[in-house]
Design a protein around this ligand. Structure first.
Ligand code: GTP
Ligand code: MG
Ligand code: ZN
Length: 289
């Protein structure tokens, strides 16, 4: 029988079967390493007993995301709040980079737009300029939810972003239920409280799933090669090959097409600053670059 892994709770996997039935299964035998079976995997399984299923095969993955570890994501909804917690553009740019590196289509969702509509529009402008689809949403106003709904194409739609930005709230609003637990934002730190603990797929229509993920506090770039960073900034691509030096890092080199585009305003300054900061962050870890 064929099914989809929708949850992993400490090595106990939930398989969602083709007829919508759920089975529990432990990893063992040939499929024992932590990466052998991931949430999102399509698997073949048998039912030797009524209590537990046995996975016999994992189908090839078309995409793989490291944080959180999930397979076969078709669309990454990178969620930020314009306020409470305030958007951290560097974190958003890192999320974008990791999504680009994994080759997964990206949609940017600017939530809590009710708290600062002007700021939401400003940010939307910047990220659309960088080449990404952007939707401003508000859960209490239901603003942007229909747009978000129509943009959700594919089998697995994953919502990721920092804690407290409203991922679970958005999913509840889209599903029309209070299925997912949502939490408050700490008044002391202004940050979310990591209400969601496990990545989980929620069946949504015919072989489609929405994925809620735990919010993160920091994101590591260790899986990305420094020489690839420039290529993973979508709006830099059209300038590749136009710098004076073929191996230009777009930092202090003369006649750099990327820096020229920044000074003309064709590349948004904060995106370029994120690029420099990412190179620095990687350089500190890998001293030879
Ligand atoms: N004003 C406003 N508040 C919102 C909006 N969306 C969510 N919230 C509130 O933000 C808080 C955090 O929401 P959650 O949905 O738990 O956030 P999360 O991203 O799932 O957080 P983690 O599970 O910790 O990663 C809750 O108090 C929500 O009611 C919104 O559009 N506007
Ligand atoms: Mg949550
Ligand atoms: Zn350059």
């Amino acid at each position: 029988m064929k099914g989809r892994i929708i949850k992993n709770q400490n090595g106990y996997f939930s398989i969602y079967g083709e007829s919508g039935n759920l089975h529990l299964c432990r990893s063992r035998g040939r499929l024992k390493r932590v990466t052998d079976i991931l949430v999102g995997d399509v698997v073949e399984y048998e039912l030797p007993s009524l209590s537990e299923a046995a996975i016999t095969k994992v189908y090839p993955r078309h995409s793989l995301l490291h944080r959180p570890p999930v397979a076969n994501v078709d669309l990454l909804v990178l969620t930020s709040a314009v306020k409470s917690p305030d958007i951290n553009r560097y974190t958003l740019d890192k999320m974008i980079l990791l999504g680009e590196d994994a080759g997964i289509p990206i949609l940017i969702c600017l939530n809590k737009s009710d708290l600062d509509p002007d700021r939401a529009e400003e940010l939307r402008h910047d990220y659309e300029k960088a080449g990404y689809p952007v939707i401003c949403t508000s859960v209490p106003n239901r603003a942007g939810l229909d747009l978000l709904f129509t943009a959700m194409e594919g089998h697995i739609i994953s919502f990721s972003g920092p804690s407290g930005v409203g991922k679970s709230s958005l999913l509840n609003a889209l599903l029309g239920t209070d299925r997912l637990l949502s939490g408050s934002v700490s008044s002391r730190t202004g940050r979310g409280k990591n209400t969601t603990r496990h990545a989980e797929l929620i069946p949504f229509g015919n072989d489609s799933f929405l994925m809620d993920t735990p919010g993160y506090t920091s994101l590591a770039l260790d899986s990305v090669l420094p020489e690839n960073i420039g290529f993973l900034f979508r709006e830099f691509q059209q300038y590749m090959g136009q710098c004076r030096f073929r191996d230009c890092h777009h930092l202090n080199e003369p006649e750099c097409a990327v820096r020229d585009a920044v000074s003309r305003g064709d590349i948004v300054l904060s995106r370029y600053q994120s690029y420099c900061q990412m190179l620095n962050e990687i350089k500190e870890k890998k001293p030879r670059y």
